[in-house]
Design a protein around this ligand. Sequence first.
Ligand code: ADP
Ligand code: MG
Length: 343
Amino acid sequence: MIMDDKKRTEISQLGEFGLIDKLTADFKNGNAHTKLGVGDDAAVIDAGRGLLLLSTDLLLEGIDFDLTYFPLKHLGFKAVVVAISDILAMNGTPEQLTLSIGVSAKFGVEDLQQLYDGVRVACEEYGVDLVGGDTSASVTGLTLSMTAVGRVEKRRVAYRSGAKLNDLICITGDLGAAYMGLHLLEREKRAFEGHANPQPKFEGYEYLLRRQLKPVARLDIIEALRAADIVPTSMIDLSDGLASDLLQICKSSKCGARIYLNRLPISRETYALAEELHADPVVAALNGGADYELLFTVPLAMQEQVMALGGIDVIGHITAESTGAMLVTPDGSDIALTAPGFK
Ligand code: ADP
Ligand code: MG
């Protein structure tokens, strides 16, 4: 499909086992707890001490990604980020990953090799071992299912349910850029529908594209928190959007929240494209999703320590459950946060 002019090898030429061997050949296990990866009926992981974390995610073509503008290598990278982000959100270290793929006839071996190149780059970057998966034919499009395994010391695990009254609400990175990047890609796709040689215009918005096409998992933050011996009272990764994810914390922790609009970290590029599209950058920040940044709470007394880590913004604090979750505008009015729900 993607590889019009280049070599195309049919999957049937390799067969299922040949394909798996080819795709997994360049992966090397690096974690001490990975006793056996690809090649047997099951991967073998040393349970060690502490808590084992397990999380699974599904990505469907046409629902979660569009291959007209999502390069397969980037998709492979993103699949790893999506999977390990949930382990990070428990304050854990991701160690192993399985990736199962459902593949339709439009994909050749070279396409899947690109996908796995992206998976490998991400695995190397985040120190995760690909230890297995499953491979099957599918009728329509590409399906990716990832299961991530991670580990955390008992005293460091961060649940959604631990936020306490007056805790600070902290956020990493900036919000809404991935969503604006998606808008840009969709706009250019519509403009060039049917063109043989599309020349989309992305100048000035590279940051937004990168946030959409090559998201970052915040392993660096988890490591920095550990090094500073800071244990968040609660944590969640920002996959659905700040409003929805903060409401999850409030629901699990039986608390309310006050966040301040003028403290939301929003990039210059997000503002610029929002203006161009007559969209609201704050809506992008609150409801956009797919930022894969971390939202966490810490006791008020830890403000200085947390700020010293860098790259973290305090956007508000935890309140009593009865007050609900509120966004405070610069003129001092309160707007109740709502989750737009399942997209
Ligand atoms: P089984 O029939 O026991 O499920 P498979 O032939 O499906 O075994 O898989 C053989 C090995 O290859 C297993 O270790 C499995 O985890 C791994 N594997 C299969 N498909 C993939 C894939 N798409 N990516 C990574 N590893 C895979
Ligand atoms: Mg199998």
